[in-house]
Design a binder for this molecule. Structure first.
Ligand code: IMP
Length: 191
């Protein structure tokens, strides 16, 4: 079974590839000749995931899935949320985003946060979405070198390490994207 994963983020491909059974082949955007930026202009995480999956279905006629992720911080009323990628500006830089978030939380006692991933999939004529959530808190400084994005400042509940200190397998086991992908794999296995 072939299915397009609509992302240009090699970290996401690595994480998802590790969870997908070998009979499902992930096809990259490069392999289908999609080099343009896929629009992400909705105001919810689910809306953006659906918009990206719709784009590939409409323009390339292929079954595909897309994920969108946001970091929701309780003391900031859910920000950066759907704006996580461009929180500190259009340069979409992970260091800038983390620095801004750490400074916004300077004066706050509550550092609870959660990652939310929504995966939207067009498959056999249907559009379905799956959600994965990982609860945790924002650390006071960046710790760890693995992973990507906000991983060095996110410590999952009941863990002493940040995502950037955990192995890929462990992050996938407890993480937001891993949970959403498990639901996706269960669904694909039933069809
Ligand atoms: P998007 O899903 O690629 O739009 O991601 C939105 C923002 O969240 C970007 O700044 C990503 O770097 C960040 N992000 C997405 N997934 C993760 C993750 O698993 N860990 C840390 N940051 C993430």
């Amino acid at each position: 079974m072939n299915i397009v994963f609509a992302t240009n983020n090699p970290n996401k491909i690595k994480e998802v590839q590790a969870l997908i059974p070998s009979h499902i082949k992930l096809v990259s955007l490069e392999e289908i000749g999609c080099t343009e930026d896929i629009p992400e202009t909705q105001n919810t995480i689910e809306g953006n995931a659906i918009q990206k999956a719709d784009y590939i279905k409409e323009h390339y006629g292929l079954d595909c899935f897309a994920d969108d992720t946001g970091l929701e911080v309780l003391a900031l009323d859910g920000a950066p949320g759907v704006f996580s990628a461009r929180y500190a500006g259009p340069q979409r830089n992970a260091e800038d985003n983390m620095n801004l978030l750490l400074s916004e939380l300077d004066s706050k006692d509550n550092r609870s946060a959660r990652f939310k991933t929504v995966i939207a999939i067009h498959f056999q004529g249907k559009l379905i979405s799956f959600e994965g959530i990982c609860e945790g808190e924002i650390t006071h400084k960046k710790i760890g070198t693995d992973g990507f994005g906000y991983d060095p400042i996110f410590k999952p509940t009941d863990y002493k390490q940040t995502f950037a200190e955990l192995s890929l397998a462990e992050k996938n086991r407890i993480g937001h994207r891993g949970k959403a992908v498990s639901k996706l794999v269960n669904y694909l296995n039933m069809h």
